[in-house]
Design a protein around this ligand. Structure first.
Ligand code: BEZ
Length: 223
């Protein structure tokens, strides 16, 4: 790890569990199913970095099948996928082989081995009160500058939604393109919202009482 992962000193809290939106994603080097890698080598592209509790488990298997099938859709958005768990590289290989043979899907994005959980703890991927020290389903959306732009955390018994991951990415990319806001349930092609004016004159000049802060703008096209 090249990152100083000592943000908080809570007895049961992972060292980097205090990561927030806007922080630079802590850099690390690791061994993965696609070879040795370094997080900072992904600068210039979007990255979805996510942890899963364990190889050869039911929900995780469905997630990897779904994400491998959606890999092209992430690539269209100039976004790479990167997975991580405590399992060994050889466990990852055996699992990916099983997935290919059973589901006819090749998982080609890297899966990192993190046997000491040094990365998982720096990212707060390990549930603080979890005795088995597996990672939970944490997902980080990291922009081309290496900045954490969104994160989600699901429990082991609930799988993530690939379409919501893609939608989050679409929304992050849309609000980067123009100074706009993505409303609830926004999808590409739908109206985005204008940033509300901070000028009293605009408030008084608005046609109706919500017009000054709730105004649709343009159509959010996929970048
Ligand atoms: C699963 O992926 O199915 C799973 C993993 C860990 C605990 C419970 C379920």
């Amino acid at each position: 790890m090249t990152h100083n992962a000592s943000k908080d000193s809570g007895e049961h809290i992972a060292p980097g569990a205090g990561l927030r939106i806007g922080d630079i994603a802590p850099d690390f080097s690791a061994r993965s199913t696609t070879g040795d890698m370094r997080l900072s080598d992904y600068r210039g592209r979007w990255l979805v970095l996510f942890s899963h509790p364990a190889d050869f488990t039911p929900v995780c298997t469905t997630e990897f099948v779904a994400l491998a099938k959606a890999a092209d859709q992430f690539a269209q958005r100039e976004c790479d996928l990167m997975a991580l768990s405590v399992d060994s590289l050889f466990s990852h290989f055996a699992w990916l082989r099983m997935i290919r043979d059973r589901f006819d899907v090749e998982v080609r994005f890297p899966i990192i081995e993190d046997p000491t959980l040094v990365i998982g703890r720096a990212y707060g991927m390990v549930a603080p009160d979890d005795n088995d020290s597996a990672t939970v389903r944490t997902t980080f959306f990291i922009d081309p500058h290496g900045v954490i732009r969104a994160m989600t955390c699901y429990p082991a018994n609930v799988g993530r939604s690939t379409s919501e991951m893609l939608r989050t990415l679409d929304a992050l990319q849309a609000v980067d393109k123009d100074p706009v806001l993505a409303p609830a349930n926004w999808e590409p092609g739908q109206k985005l919202l204008r940033q509300p004016s901070a000028k009293l004159d605009d408030v008084f000049a608005a046609k109706d009482h919500t017009d000054w802060f709730l105004q649709g703008v343009g159509r959010g096209k996929r970048t």
